[in-house]
Design a protein around this ligand. Structure first.
Ligand SMILES: [Zn+2]
Length: 252
C-alpha cells in the first residue's frame, strides 16, 4: 500500500470511479485481519534529514501515531503503541513492526511518499485472520519532509510533506485498513504538500477501525455535541439541553 504525493492525478482518477459506484466508505484489507494485541512500532531513531526539528521528526511521529486524535482515540481503545529505537535489524515479516525513515528495499519511489508491507498474516483457526507483522518504509530520495514542530501552522511550508499525517495514514494500513474513497479521510490515498489533516482521523476512518477492533475501549471519545452545535434532541448535547425551534435548534 502506498500513499501518493500526486494529489491532482489521483483525484481525477477517483472521480471517474465514484461516479459509477456512488459509494463512499472505508475499505478493509482483504482478507480482513487484526492484531491479537496492540503492537509496538519501533520508530527509526535516525530521523529524517529534511525535518528541521530537534530530532528529525522522530518524537513528532511517535506522538502522532499514538495520539488520541488518531487511531487510539477512534473508539477501540489503544490499538497502536510506538517508541523510538534502532531499525538496524529491519526484516520484513519478522514479527517486529518497524517504521523505517529510509527505504532499504527500494519499494517506494516516484510519487510514493511511504509504503507499508501488509502481507504478513495467518489464520487463527476460528475463521479470523491475525496480522503477524507490518513494516513501513519512507521515500527520502525525492521528498522534502516537515513536521508540526518544524512548521506548526504551515506558514513556512512550501512543497514539503508533513511526516505526521503520512505516518498516521501508513499506520492505518498496519492496523488492517485499505484506501477509502472519502475525500478528507486519513485513509484517502493521496495528500497535498503542506497538508497535515491526515494526522487526525475522520469518522470514516474510525468506522473502519471499529469494524475490525470492535468493543470499545478506555479511550472512547465523547459523542456529545458542544454548545452552539446544531442538535435535534436534548441527549445530543453535552449540556443535556437542545434549545430553539424547528431546524435551527442548538446545544445550550
Ligand atoms: Zn495508503
Amino acid at each position: 500500500m502506498t500513499i501518493s504525493k500526486n494529489h491532482r492525478l489521483l483525484t481525477l482518477a477517483l472521480v471517474g470511479a465514484v461516479s459509477v459506484t456512488l459509494f463512499f466508505a472505508f475499505v478493509l484489507l482483504d482478507p480482513p485481519r487484526t492484531w491479537d494485541s496492540a503492537p509496538t512500532m519501533i520508530v527509526d531513531n535516525r530521523g529524517l534529514a529534511t525535518v528541521i526539528d530537534s530530532d528529525g521528526g522522530v518524537a513528532a511521529t511517535v506522538q502522532a501515531i499514538t495520539s488520541n486524535q488518531a487511531w487510539n482515540g477512534a473508539g477501540s481503545g489503544t490499538v497502536i503503541n510506538a517508541q523510538a529505537g534502532s531499525v538496524a535489524n529491519f526484516v520484513l515479516g519478522d514479527g517486529q513492526p518497524m517504521l523505517n525513515f529510509q527505504d532499504p528495499i527500494h519499494a517506494c519511489g516516484g510519487n510514493c511518499l511511504a509504503a507499508t508491507f501488509t502481507g504478513f498474516f495467518s489464520d487463527r483457526g476460528d475463521g479470523t485472520v491475525r496480522i503477524d507483522d507490518a513494516d513501513i518504509v519512507t521515500n527520502t530520495r525525492n521528498i522534502d519532509w516537515t513536521s508540526q514542530s518544524e512548521d506548526p501552522n504551515g506558514a513556512g511550508c512550501s512543497g514539503e510533506f508533513y511526516i505526521e499525517g503520512v505516518m498516521v495514514h501508513e499506520v492505518g494500513h498496519v492496523l488492517g485498513l485499505g484506501h477509502t474513497d472519502v475525500s478528507g479521510a486519513t485513509m484517502f490515498p493521496s495528500v497535498s504538500s503542506c497538508n497535515n489533516d491526515p494526522a487526525t482521523t475522520e469518522k470514516d476512518d474510525e468506522d473502519g477501525l471499529n469494524a475490525l477492533y470492535s468493543g470499545g475501549g478506555p479511550t472512547t471519545p465523547p459523542t456529545c455535541l458542544d454548545p452552539g452545535a446544531s442538535c435535534k434532541r436534548n441527549q445530543d448535547c453535552c449540556s443535556g439541553s437542545c434549545t430553539g425551534r424547528g431546524n435551527s435548534k442548538t446545544c445550550a
